[in-house]
Design a protein around this ligand. Structure first.
Ligand code: ADP
Ligand code: MG
Length: 222
């Protein structure tokens, strides 16, 4: 389970500190899914980065599966991030010098969790069998995002963090990629926190919150 309590985060600027998150509270149960919405610049990526342990909150608490992020050392955090967190971004962020097969296995190998049977299953479910030898630049956007999803799930993380994963895809491709993602998450009992601009995409997740003026302003449940 993910729990965020009273989290504050500001960035230094020439005009003084810019308060981006001002008392954010959030809960996500195991296997749950939550869409994080809000205007551009409202702090969605900032919040995702904090939950991923890529940056530190100024104050407040982030607890993931009973682990307090602020109590972990850099080394513990790096190790924990590799095994427990999957990340998917709008820009796919595949490694250009590695083919699809090696991109898929990259993170799981780093985490010491390479599981050939699970990887085979991901390849089949994501429809990537025919393009394993290709390089990212030889793939469509939808294919690239499917590789990125496979890479993120290959180590079986407990929590997948996705920052506008369908933002660069057309509507039909976006629907298809999201459907695959939700099925794989369901089967692996992985929780999902997803930033999206699209009400259509948000509609598919179990819960939705809106970040506004540094706080989570609304919560609706389906
Ligand atoms: P969103 O993802 O909702 O568009 P961000 O979290 O990226 O918003 O950014 C929130 C605000 O914080 C924006 O005003 C942005 O310019 C600012 N910001 C983000 N990262 C930094 C940084 N590293 N240094 C200074 N300001 C930042
Ligand atoms: Mg953002």
């Amino acid at each position: 389970m993910l729990e965020v309590k009273n989290v504050f985060k500001s960035y230094p600027t020439a005009q003084g500190p810019l308060g981006v998150l001002r008392g954010v509270d959030l809960r996500l149960d195991d296997g749950g899914s939550l869409a994080l919405m809000g205007e551009s610049g409202s702090g969605k990526s900032t919040l995702l980065h904090l939950v991923a342990g890529l940056d530190q909150a100024d104050s407040g608490l982030i607890d993931i599966g009973g682990q307090r992020l602020d109590r972990m050392s850099e080394a513990q955090l790096a190790n924990w991030r590799r095994t427990e967190i999957g990340l998917v971004f709008q820009q796919f962020n595949l490694i250009g010098s590695l083919n699809v097969g090696d991109n898929l296995a990259f993170q799981a190998r780093l985490a010491g969790r390479h599981d050939p049977a699970w990887q085979e299953q991901l390849i089949e479910r994501l429809g990537l069998g025919a393009v394993l030898q290709r390089y990212p630049e030889q793939l469509s956007g939808g294919q690239q995002q499917r590789v990125a999803i496979g890479r993120a799930l290959a180590s079986r993380p407990g929590l997948l963090l996705a920052d506008e994963p369908t933002g660069n895809l057309d509507e039909a491709t976006s629907d298809e990629v999201l459907q695959l993602l939700l099925e794989l998450l369901h089967d692996s009992r992985t929780s999902l926190l997803m930033v999206t601009h699209s009400p259509r995409v948000a509609e598919r997740l179990a819960h939705k919150v809106v970040l506004h003026q540094g706080r989570l302003a609304a919560r609706s449940e389906r």
